[in-house]
Design a protein around this ligand. Structure first.
Ligand code: PLP
Length: 440
């Protein structure tokens, strides 16, 4: 059987994420390709071995491959029996969760499903364990200083998630209602953060549909911004951009125009840069070129970079001081975060890379793979619903007339964890799967 040198993966996602009713497939290789390069353990070999064999070991067929007392599939509620590792309180042998991609290699619901690498584990073993509420942990302080420098900002704050980074930023910028935030109508802060801007910042969020159908332009902003103190309106105090948005890059030139506009009108500019790394690696501009245009930026260490936990918020000293205060108020003051900040540093240096354009990092390989997958799909007569610019390939499923259910079932047949609903599933592309797809 033909196998690609590195694995190729697809995420199938329902486009109700962005536009209800249209189903799309998004292929992402992201950290998973990198993991395969990094992990050379028996677990990695297992991932590369025959799928049916793995199927039997992971309990996808209803059995459980372990004779060590690990629970059976039906007992593993919420996991759907797709782990091939013993539970954390079970017996530990030479194979543990760090020894290979593990279940993440076959779990394709999102690029948030990644497995930290052995070098992250080594960094965690060597980390410092002091208190961060007192701002005394050297590993955490060093990561914050490092990220401030790399993004050309004065200061940084480690936060537990991308959502926390965005919400703290907006809360710190938004001081006095009535006020509003302007963003793309598909933005994570509007659609995917549990209404946090309303509950935490009492702000109206105005979602704008880009007139070019791809990304917001200065003209879109000018048309929708609320300036002045007219009593019926909630003035725009923050413009929040997202880059990449669903794998699509917002060009630096447009960001510069919006940034100049925001400055002129004394509006804060925030970037949800959960995946800004991808835009950089795609060659759209260096990390500091992007980040210095904003008053604040939130960047994720998990997702494509593969760290187990965390994001970083960067901005001016006074802003970060305030965000730290708000973080404390919502229970985000951290005692010994060195265990996660150590891994985050490895994620930046090894997965993104040491240079401002991601030089020396692993992400670029995932973009190359995504392009290959896109070409394969087109070669098979498929269509893409948007161009492949970074690590995501969007298949037009609707055009093929495939249902979510059919694709999910197909994935299951091949031992892959695929999800119904918004994030439908991810598929590992291999010849066998392609032939199965042709049956549709
Ligand atoms: C663009 C974007 N921003 C923020 C987040 C939130 O990250 P987290 O899941 O760490 O809260 C996500 C999560 O997928 C995202 O896609």
């Amino acid at each position: 059987m033909h196998r690609a040198r590195y694995p190729t993966f697809a995420i199938l996602s329902r486009q109700s994420l962005r536009r209800p009713s249209a189903a799309r497939i998004s292929i992402q290789s992201t950290i998973l390709g990198c993991q395969r390069k990094l992990h050379t353990t028996p677990a990695a070999a297992l991932c590369q071995s025959d799928m049916p064999k793995r199927k039997a070991q992971t309990g996808l067929d209803g059995s459980n491959g372990h004779s060590n007392g690990a629970p059976k599939k039906e007992e593993m509620k919420g996991l759907d029996g797709t782990t091939d590792l013993p539970p954390a309180d079970g017996p530990h042998t030479s194979q543990n969760a760090w020894s290979g991609p593990g279940p993440a290699a076959f779990d394709f619901r999102s690029d948030v499903v990644t497995t930290p690498t052995p070098s992250m584990l080594r960094a965690i073993q060597n980390t410092t364990l002091l208190d961060d509420v007192f701002i005394e942990d050297p590993t955490t302080n060093s990561l914050e200083t490092y990220m401030a420098t790399r993004t050309s900002h004065e200061a940084a704050l480690f936060v537990l998630s991308g959502t926390m980074g965005n919400q703290l930023a907006l809360r710190a910028h938004l001081t006095q209602p009535p006020h509003s935030v302007l963003c793309d109508y598909r933005a994570h802060i509007l659609e995917w953060e549990a209404g946090g801007v309303a509950s935490l910042s009492q702000a109206l969020v105005k979602g704008v549909m880009p007139s070019n159908g791809v990304y917001l332009t200065l003209e879109d902003v000018e048309k929708n911004v609320k300036l002045g103190d007219e009593i019926h309106g909630a003035p725009t105090r923050v413009i929040s951009l997202e880059n990449t948005l669903g794998g699509t890059i917002m060009p630096l030139s447009e960001i510069r125009k919006i940034s100049a506009f925001a400055k002129k009108h004394d509006i804060k500019l925030h970037l949800d840069g959960a995946r800004i790394w991808e835009a950089v690696v795609a060659g759209a501009g260096s990390l500091p070129e992007f980040t210095k245009e904003f008053d604040s930026v939130s960047l994720c260490f998990s997702k494509g970079l593969g760290a187990p936990v965390g994001s970083i918020l960067v901005g001016k000293k006074a802003f970060i001081k305030h965000a730290r205060w708000v973080r404390k108020s919502i229970g985000g003051g951290l005692r010994q975060p060195g265990v996660v900040t150590a891994a985050a540093r490895v994620a930046v240096d090894e997965t993104f890379g040491l240079g401002p354009n991601g030089e020396g990092g692993l992400l670029k390989a995932s973009h190359v793979m995504a392009k290959r997958i896109a070409d394969l799909w087109i070669g098979l007569g498929g269509k893409l619903s948007k161009p492949t610019e970074t690590n995501m390939v969007w298949f037009d499923l609707e055009e093929k007339g495939w249902s979510d259910q059919e694709v999910a079932e197909l994935g299951k047949e091949h031992g892959l964890r695929l999800l119904g609903g918004d994030w439908l599933c991810i598929i590992r592309l291999e010849r066998r799967l392609w032939s199965a797809w042709r049956k549709f």
